[in-house]
Design a protein around this ligand. Structure first.
Ligand code: MSP
Length: 520
């Protein structure tokens, strides 16, 4: 059993349909998972749904459904969405699954036994409408609260708290000494700034079952359910436990709690958690402390992406300012969508979706760039040489080698946008080569037959190399290129990119446009 490259996404609240932001994060993680597999690593890719908590309970109530029925209905949509995006996830976690709930309870019992929790009562101003405690900051200078909070009552409530305070010093030191732990750097600095300038408060890890019952009961006090974040973060280890990961099953008193898995994986610590900037504190502060308290090593890296807006404004269901990924995919194809989100926005900063920007990248980079290169290269080979590949030639080999080496380095450091740019240089170079060598002119001159063979070889082989490099990003397109080249299987191993694998005498398949031009 070898250690797998274990990559996760945040698990989404199941209180509506997936939107652009959810799709973006899943595509980042999928491209990373595919890249690592292509580079020969064993990978385990986990995504899923966060089904407990107040937001879900309220959404279910609004539809007059039981929370479980409500979640079951939406979970089917979200799982179908994962398939639409062609995610290569190895498992799909739902936090209402027994395998997860049992693990959370085992972990809570363990932390309780080790003295990490205490019970205390809190008195504060409670908004019944928002179902949350308000703070002094929510109060107006005259001491009253905004009408939007509805009735605000002073409430005394018992809860369980996790002793976070004690962990502040080592976490600061850890972040200082492990610059790769949170990426990009400015997100790491944000966490460090927060930790250096604030004293951590102990974390409330329960909610009274009388006010919120849609959660995992505390095993040591059934009057309470687990606070949703203390439940959700644990998915990153409960699923490894379900797959028999020895690092995590060792925590269980009775390892039989994890049903005997068909294949046993060695997963924890995760190589990578991919998350959005809004949930950084939960992942870079609470989660490492929870892990430390459980005696588990920390994940290798937390990779933090930015947020998408549309037309310069917040994406919001209520204002109707949304991008429906399914509609875009139906109109333009999955690979055009996968391409745009990674090409347009580097992992880190915020991005802005505009339909015009999407169309112009489609036209310039997919239809006129990649699509045109593959279509004219293969069509010329078909027309002038009956689709038969000539003797290998090395004129574009160095260009291909550069793109291959750069792409490999960039994929190994999860720089997906830069990798697409590196691949783009080979597309541009090969398109230029067509214009410079003018095969359509060579074809008219019988004395240039050998030169034409050479040119066509360089073009066809470049298309093949591009299919391999693009496979993690555009899996469907890469497979189509391979099929049009008359090659079997998928271009899913990076080593296949090495120049010169098309052999003389090989007959290609039928060329067909990859990205139909659209009149716009
Ligand atoms: N359930 C929690 C996460 C628990 S992880 C143990 C949650 N769910 S969420 O559905 O609100 O968000 C899921 C992910 O989608 C988060 O990483 C979040 O940053 C991301 N996005 C939600 N809207 C987004 C954009 N508009 N743009 C990019 N990503 C965004 O938080």
């Amino acid at each position: 059993m070898s250690k797998a490259f274990y990559v996760t996404t945040a698990i989404d609240y199941v209180n509506g349909q997936p939107h652009l932001g959810h799709a973006y994060e899943k595509i980042i993680a999928d491209v990373i998972a595919r890249s690592r597999r292509s580079l020969g690593q064993e990978v385990f890719f986990l995504t899923g749904l966060d089904e407990h908590g107040q937001k879900v309970q309220q959404a279910a109530q609004a539809e007059q459904k039981s929370p479980q029925d409500y979640c079951d209905g939406l979970a089917a949509d979200w799982q179908a969405f994962a398939r639409t995006l062609q995610l290569t996830n190895d498992d799909f976690v739902r936090t209402t699954q027994p395998r997860h709930k049992e693990f959370v309870q085992a972990m809570l019992s363990r932390l309780q036994a080790a003295g990490h929790f205490y019970k205390a009562s809190y008195t504060g101003f409670y908004s019944t409408k928002e179902e949350t405690f308000l703070t002094e900051k929510d109060r107006r200078p005259d001491g009253t609260f905004d009408a939007s909070y509805g009735d605000v009552v002073e409430l005394k409530e018992d809860n369980y708290y996790f002793k976070l305070k004690a962990h502040q010093a080592w976490l600061i030191e850890y972040l200082e000494q492990n610059p790769g732990f949170v990426q990009p750097d400015y997100r790491r600095n944000e966490v460090l700034g927060f930790l250096r300038n604030n004293d951590l408060e102990d974390l409330c890890i329960s909610r009274p079952a009388s006010r919120l019952n849609w959660g995992i009961p505390l095993p040591f006090d059934p009057d309470f359910v687990t606070y949703v974040w203390f439940d959700a973060l644990v998915n990153y280890i409960s699923i490894p436990a379900a797959h028999g990961d020895p690092a995590v099953t060792a925590l269980l008193e009775n390892p039989a709690q994890a049903a005997a898995p068909a294949i046993q994986y060695d997963l924890w610590p995760a190589a990578l958690h991919v998350i959005g900037k809004d949930i950084l504190k939960f992942h870079a502060v609470y989660w490492p402390i929870m892990l430390r308290a459980m005696g588990l090593p920390l994940p290798r890296q937390i990779l933090v992406h930015g947020w998408w807006q549309k037309d310069g404004a917040k994406i919001s269901k209520s204002t109707g300012n949304i991008v429906d990924p399914i509609a875009v995919i139906n109109e333009w194809g999955l690979d055009a969508f996968r391409f745009y989100v990674l090409r347009e926005l580097n992992i880190g900063p915020d991005g802005n979706w505009t339909d015009a920007g999407f169309r112009s990248r489609y036209q310039a980079e997919l239809a006129n760039g990649l699509g045109n290169l593959v279509n004219r290269s293969l069509s010329m080979l078909k027309r002038y040489r009956n689709g038969v590949v000539g003797a290998p030639s090395k004129e574009l080999e160095a260009d291909a080698q550069n793109a291959i080496a750069e792409t490999r380095t960039l994929l190994e450091s999860n720089q997906l946008q830069a990798a697409l740019l590196a691949i783009g240089t080979l597309i541009t170079r090969a398109n230029q080569y067509v214009d410079q060598t003018a095969p359509f002119r060579l074809a008219k001159d019988p004395a240039q037959a050998e030169r034409l063979d050479e040119v066509l070889y360089n073009l066809t082989e470049s298309c093949r190399v591009l299919a391999v490099l693009l496979w993690p990003f555009l899996p469907g397109t890469a497979c189509k290129i391979y099929a049009q080249l008359g090659l079997d299987g998928a271009p899913d191993q990076f080593s296949q990119a090495a120049w010169g694998q098309l052999k003389a005498g090989h007959v290609i398949g039928e060329p067909a446009p990859l990205f139909p031009r659209k009149d716009i």
